[in-house]
Design a protein around this ligand. Structure first.
Ligand code: RB5
Length: 152
């Protein structure tokens, strides 16, 4: 994996993504990544916007360059994260979508569905997300326009 191990990676889930989060954390640490677990910490029902906010705040204040959010489908987490200025959260279901989310969209948050992808596929998705660089160029112009569209 080419990502700098000096940069912290935030990860959070709701109860629907808890099992996958718990499976991924040791795997990420084995790969030398400095992973910060922002919760949740069990299977009790929690509200995904609260967990998404913990991660997006960490990205906004510079603690994390990137992060991972997992709920049951990945949908709620991606909707919640994308409400925050400067966040480009991508719901990915394959290595291809994760690679393109980085190459063309400079995504800084990877969202996955813990009830959608298994552990092996999730590892492929995370690998692609962490190793692919942003291509810049015309894509930089386009992503700059995303935040221009935010009205409040
Ligand atoms: C929780 O049951 C579920 O709604 C949540 O994890 C997520 O899938 C929402 O988008």
């Amino acid at each position: 994996m080419e990502q700098s191990t000096e940069q912290k990676l935030g990860i959070a889930s709701d109860h629907g993504g808890f099992a996958l989060k718990q499976e991924l954390i040791p795997w990420l640490k084995e790969r030398g990544l400095d992973v910060v677990d922002l919760g949740c910490h069990g299977l009790d029902s929690v509200d995904y916007p609260d967990l998404a906010s913990k991660l997006t705040q960490g990205i906004s204040n510079g603690e994390f360059a990137r992060g991972i959010l997992i709920c049951g489908t990945g949908l709620g987490m991606s909707m919640a994260a994308n409400r925050h200025l400067g966040i480009r959260a991508a719901l990915c279901t394959s290595g291809y979508t994760a690679r393109m989310a980085r190459a063309h969209n400079d995504a800084n948050v990877l969202c996955m569905g813990g009830r959608v992808v298994g552990g092996g596929l999730a590892q492929d998705i995370v690998d692609a997300f962490l190793s692919q660089d942003f291509e810049g160029g015309r894509h930089a112009r386009r992503i700059a326009r995303l935040d221009e569209a935010v009205t409040e």
